[in-house]
Design a protein. Structure first.
Length: 515
């Protein structure tokens, strides 16, 4: 686990813009925590993939596994994402596993998208419905983060064939997205490949340590934990049904075994009465062999019934215990859900000293307690403005109206990421929208009336761009400018530095030059 060092700089003047306040060494607060908190890249992206496209990555892998779940193989070893499906002969109570590998050419950078891939995989490979697959995917990621790098833990739990594919450097899942590509082996425990709800061992991925970590999150993992408790309840019912069916089969097999033994005993008596009759001797041997085989079938059926009943009892006990914990945690969470508390204030915290990047925190002004930390940690510069009543289209096609949002510049350049204008919900502190156009890394952000001005990149050149509060580009300057030009408001327009290094004044009306 990692030590997390935070330097808090609570911003002032939120009615117009937010500026991060520099803090001295005495004001730095250092906290050490073993809490699993995924550090995602939450800024804008150069290429935006749909949720369905991301899920389909896992779906395609899952289809390959579903074609033959009973044999070990490796799927797409040189692609961005690979699966090692490891199944072998019984080895005590040790488990088979799927090993989901994030290769060095992969670009996944947010736990939400990683879980989407796993969800698609579980749906296609093992026929889980979407909600169950999503729940299991959530627990798989937390489980692998809890035991990241702890190879001995996996050796104790999994078969030798699984262990042979794992390395201490890569096993599990880092909490930092920048360490995922080329260094991730997500272990998915397999319990029952005959199908049904128990293909994945839900008890393993929801052990005490995993639940403890989920309870440390802002929402205490209540939704996922509730879904898991419900899944285990259904697993218990399914196992109980299998136990009853196996018990009926056991009774039939026992009766058949008695009859087979009677037949064997009669054959023995006939052979004993006529010891020189080879046919009777062979019949007695064959009859006894069949009786032994039938007895074994009866014992196996009885053992299967017992195993299924034990599984049912175990899952039911886990489900009931977790539901009781969830009920207690719901009461605790209710006290934290009011993000509109008048004593709560938002401000900037420096998240990257070298690159001067910032994140947002919500703090209780009466005691300094951090109420919420934004996952958006790539805000550039100190400037943020508040905009009112912004409508944002959601992935499901619906629209959400946000009473107040921050407009700012966020993100980093390079690879799959980009620098763009962003809209951040003032209540939850999460980014809800990004501009289509990318911006200069050194762009200022200026507000004039209801419009916002920044240095936009178009076809590789830099322009001053005029955006509305919905991040729509309305106009661009008639001339190109330096990537790091200031945008100074004057009585005659915006004073900027043109791409040739000379000053230029742009008219506010249409961003053409005044000379």
């Amino acid at each position: 686990m990692k030590k997390i060092v935070c330097a808090f700089a609570i911003a002032a003047a939120l009615s117009t813009a937010i500026f991060a306040l520099e803090v001295n060494k005495n004001e730095l607060q250092t906290t050490t925590s073993d809490t699993i908190q995924f550090e995602n890249y939450s800024g804008p992206h150069a290429v935006i993939e749909t949720a369905s496209a991301i899920t389909n990555i896992g779906t395609n892998l899952g289809k390959e596994i579903a074609a033959d779940v009973n044999n070990s193989r490796t799927i797409n070893p040189s692609a961005k994402y690979s699966i090692i499906h490891s199944v072998s002969e019984p080895d005590g109570d040790k488990l088979d596993a799927d090993i989901f590998i994030i290769n060095s050419n992969a670009t996944v950078d947010h736990i939400k998208n990683l879980r989407r891939i796993l969800t698609g995989y579980l749906e296609a490979a093992y026929s889980y419905n979407h909600e169950d697959a999503d729940t299991i995917a959530t627990f798989i990621t937390v489980y692998n983060a809890v035991y990241r790098g702890q190879l001995n833990v996996f050796k104790d739990k999994y078969k030798t064939a699984v262990q042979e594919n794992l390395t201490e450097e890569s096993v599990g899942l880092s909490t930092n997205w920048s360490e995922w590509s080329g260094r991730t082996q997500i272990v998915i425990p397999l319990s029952d490949l005959d199908g049904g709800l128990s293909v994945i061992d839900t008890s393993v991925i929801s052990d005490e340590n995993v639940i403890s970590q989920m309870k440390e999150t802002d929402d205490k993992g209540i939704d996922a934990r509730t879904n898991m408790a419900d899944l285990k309840s259904r697993e218990a019912a399914e196992a109980s049904k299998k136990s009853q069916e196996a018990q009926k089969d056991a009774v039939q097999q026992k009766n058949a075994a008695k009859e087979a033994q009677k037949t064997a005993n009669a054959a023995k008596e006939a052979a004993k009465a006529d010891p020189n009759n080879k046919e009777k001797q062979q019949n007695a041997e064959q009859a006894q062999k069949k009786a032994v085989e039938q007895k074994k079938k009866a014992e196996d059926a009885s053992a299967k019934a017992s195993v299924q009943q034990q599984k049912s009892d175990k899952k039911l006990k886990e489900s009931q215990g977790e539901k009781e914990q969830i009920a207690r945690d719901k009461n605790k969470k209710a006290a934290l859900d009011n993000l509109d508390n008048e004593n709560y204030v938002n401000g900037l915290v420096r998240t990257d000293e070298k690159n001067e990047l910032y994140g947002l925190v919500k703090v209780d002004s009466t005691n300094g307690k951090i109420i919420r930390t934004s996952s958006m940690k790539q805000i550039r510069g100190h400037t943020m403005y508040i905009v009112k009543n912004v409508t944002v289209a959601q992935e499901d096609g619906s629209n959400t109206v946000y009473p107040a949002m921050y407009i700012t510049i966020g993100g980093v350049s390079g690879g799959h990421s980009a620098v763009k204008l962003c809209l951040i919900d003032t209540k939850t502190l999460e980014m809800q929208k990004e501009s289509t156009e990318s911006l200069s890394e050194t762009s200022p952000l200026i507000q004039q009336g209801g419009d916002f001005y920044a240095v936009v990149i178009i076809d590789g050149s830099y322009y001053v761009g005029k955006f509305d509060q919905n991040l729509t580009l309305k106009q661009r300057s008639s001339i190109t400018v330096k990537d790091n030009t200031p945008i100074s408001i004057t009585t005659k327009g915006f004073l900027v530095t043109a791409s040739d290094g000379k000053p230029a004044v742009l008219k506010t009306a249409d961003l053409t030059t005044t000379w």
